[in-house]
Design a binder for this molecule. Sequence first.
Ligand SMILES: NC(=O)CC[C@H](N)C(=O)O
Length: 278
Amino acid sequence: MKTLRVCILRIEGTNCEAEMFSAFKGAGMDPELVHLKQLTGDALPRRALEDYDCLMIPGGFSSGDYVRAGAIFAARMKCKLRESILNFLDGGGLIGGVCNGFQVLVELGLLPGFDDLISDEPQMALHINDSNRFECRLSFLRHELEEGTSPFTSRIKKGAILRIPSAHAEGKVVFPEEFQKEYLEKMRNNNQIIFRYVNPDGGDATHPWNPNGSVEDIAAISNPKGNVFGMMPHPERVFNACNDPMVKRGELKEYGDGRAIFDSIFEYLSTYRSKQLF
Ligand SMILES: NC(=O)CC[C@H](N)C(=O)O
């Protein structure tokens, strides 16, 4: 079988790339840490997006979160890589972002991506948490789609609740007030809402279980086509069960709930991409 190559993209201030690397590796893919300048032709060795199957933007504080979290990383990508991103998606590639990576994809206009793959006008923002603080704790995420619907969660059953940690200051999903009703409806109809925060008992999330005040407790979304995905909590931090604080001492569990995301990407890419089915 063809090796599945993953480009884990970093710039100054990215800080979750090592865990992201080992999660992709652990799920059987071939990740590589790539600096943005290697893609834009400003540093050697040069790399091209088309050589990868998946582009993943990891978490962190890219460019120190100046302006808005993710804004500078996104602006640099947009001005130099717009065409290659579109070609990459057209060729069947997947693009994912976790936490700061999700913020980058929203700033870039790839998410929620209602009308175009890259929208020029922002359709959504990840705003400062309601608490006005950096919120760092385990989150409970309910999977909202049927198994097999999203390439990023194809291995997860509808209604399953995953324990995945959050760690962010700007994670509140907001839409422009006048379009909020319409946009939420679009998101539901297009199967774009992938995870919602819930309370530990599975009920509607209240703070701190919705850590940021996101509308409708939204924690993860995709674009309408499903090939661009962003989530605030960090699946790469709970690839192994030993990193899940609720796994009891002596419990013989090898993998944490985060692994399902990476297994889903693997399954999707190896089934569809390597056979060039789309
Ligand atoms: N863990 C992260 O990626 C943090 C994202 C961003 N720096 C924030 O605080 O919102």
